[in-house]
Design a protein around this ligand. Structure first.
Ligand SMILES: C[S@@+](CC[C@H](N)C(=O)[O-])C[C@H]1O[C@@H](n2cnc3c(N)ncnc32)[C@H](O)[C@@H]1O
Length: 231
């Protein structure tokens, strides 16, 4: 587990401490989970791709549906996790409102997504989908990229899913934000490890952006994680 995932996991464990038999929704579940929900009872997954759902072996209930429109219902889930999904939605605001409504009292929503205000965010926004597939296949070395709903998925990175906008929208709906972290995600970390020049360049850009924009605006922080809670 990466350091960022570990930090998030500790925060989740603390927030859910003492709670049992939790009803969990993985929204845009794909085929894998990245964090463990302690004392989870039922694990429901929704995804627009039937193939992704078929590959997921952890779920107790599978829903083929579009997060932006599927009626998840009010106060349904104690924990909602949506990991690397918001960037793929044409209308993330509708999906977020759906999740905000569907989380139960004292429940939490865990979101992970790319940060647009970063080198990776801007490059991703500029690349067409076929260029992204080529990047994952030939630069990252993922031979399955673009095949059989294995990703990369079409990416929009709409403003409503930018980290500060998500926080604002959640606060407006009466949720609180116990945790937020912007960090260097797996893709830039992989590239830095593989190529010395990229490592030096990213190190330089990170230092310059922190100096000019402030320590919370590091352009190498390609991803964010946020926990929202209904009080
Ligand atoms: C990058 S994958 C992430 C999957 C999984 N959460 C993970 O972290 O491995 C994005 C997932 O979002 C799903 N997805 C894309 N648009 C969706 C939508 N409108 N409603 C539900 N799921 C969607 C895709 O099918 C895919 O499984």
């Amino acid at each position: 587990m990466s350091a960022a995932n570990q930090l998030l996991q500790e925060e989740i464990n603390q927030l859910l401490n003492g709670r049992e038999n939790l009803r969990v929704l993985e929204a845009g579940c794909g085929s894998v989970s990245h964090i463990k929900i302690p004392n989870s009872g039922e694990l429901v997954g929704i995804d627009i791709s039937e193939k992704q759902l078929q590959r997921n072996e952890k779920l107790s209930e599978k829903i083929v549906g579009d997060l932006q429109t599927y009626p998840l219902g009010k106060n349904q889930y104690d924990v909602i996790v949506s990991w690397d999904v918001l960037e793929h939605l044409d209308n993330p605001k509708d999906a977020l409102n759906n999740l905000f409504e569907s989380v139960a009292d004292k429940g939490i929503i865990v979101l992970a997504a790319p940060n647009i205000v970063s080198i990776k965010g801007v490059v991703t926004k500029l690349l067409s989908h076929s260029m992204q597939v080529a990047f994952y296949r030939y630069v990252i070395g993922d031979k399955r990229a673009g095949i059989d709903d294995q990703g990369p998925f079409k990416t929009y990175l709409r403003k409503a899913m930018w980290p500060d906008q998500v926080k604002k929208a959640a606060l407006e709906k009466g949720l609180i934000v116990p945790y937020m972290n912007k960090y260097e995600g797996p893709v830039p970390a992989h590239l830095r490890e593989k190529h010395k020049l990229v490592d030096i360049l990213f190190g330089f850009i990170g230092a310059v952006s922190r100096t000019i924009l402030g320590k919370n605006r590091d352009l190498t922080h390609s991803d964010y994680m946020i926990i929202l809670q209904r009080p």
